[in-house]
Ligand binder design. Structure first.
Ligand SMILES: C[S@@+](CC[C@H](N)C(=O)[O-])C[C@H]1O[C@@H](n2cnc3c(N)ncnc32)[C@H](O)[C@@H]1O
Length: 213
């Protein structure tokens, strides 16, 4: 039995992920905003947590060739797509498989962790575990930058997010829905937690968050 939710919930849809993202979400805009927010610089060690098909990692590398980018994901199938995209790009990006519990890195390895549309796939227990692990592998003063669904900004967003929750699951999306993700970061030791930007989309309100170790 799978202990994770694949990119589009059903394994058979994983191959269509990039197309569907491109057609239904302001993908370039919010991923660029997340990258801008992370202010990546030469020599930075960056982890793309739940890298999926690697789009965000490739965009980061394109914008800062001298940064060291690592992508990690739990899903073998999505990692195969990521590997193919990495090969086509010719970029040097490290790809790792996550067991869903412990990040395979020593304490204080990364300057920044970025994560897009991943936390709503995690149960509450998995969210806490992931945040603890991310905190551990960040250097002192390291930062986490998250783009994920948050509290709906109006009734229309509430209704649209309801359908996404129906699809992706009510338990794993409830912390997002209540707007509690920032509290989870603070509760696990992060400081200076703030929301930087929001986008109202076809699936609900996407919020860009930031915190520091
Ligand atoms: C909606 S996709 C987002 C992919 C990519 N970050 C993006 O923005 O396009 C969610 C990703 O989270 C991954 N995922 C699911 N459970 C996970 C977990 N426990 N830890 C890390 N990644 C997980 C899935 O395999 C999938 O690739």
């Amino acid at each position: 039995m799978k202990t994770f939710i694949p990119a589009l919930k059903f394994e058979k849809l994983t191959g269509f992920y990039d197309k569907i993202m491109h057609l239904t979400m302001p993908e370039k805009a919010f991923k660029n905003a997340l990258i801008e927010q992370a202010r990546i610089k030469s020599g930075d060690h960056i982890l793309d947590f739940g890298c999926g098909t690697l789009t965000l990692s490739l965009m980061m590398k394109q914008q800062c060739l001298e940064a060291f980018i690592t992508g990690i994901d739990v899903d073998e199938k999505v990692l195969t797509i990521a590997e193919n995209k990495r090969t086509d790009s010719g970029f040097e990006i490290r790809l790792d498989k996550y067991d869903g519990k412990f990040l395979p890195y020593s304490d204080e390895t990364f300057d920044k962790v970025v994560s897009s549309l991943v936390f709503h796939h995690l149960t509450t227990v998995q969210k806490k575990q992931a945040i603890r692990e991310i905190y551990r592998i960040l250097k002192p003063d390291g930062e986490i930058h998250i783009a994920d669904w948050g509290k709906p900004s109006n009734l229309l967003m509430e209704a649209l997010f309801f359908f996404l929750r129906l699809f992706d699951g009510f338990e794993n999306t409830s912390v997002n829905w209540k707007g509690e993700l920032l509290n989870y970061l603070t509760g696990n030791g992060f400081k200076y937690t703030i929301e930087c930007k929001k986008y109202d989309t076809l699936f609900g309100t996407l919020r860009l968050l930031k915190a520091r170790k």
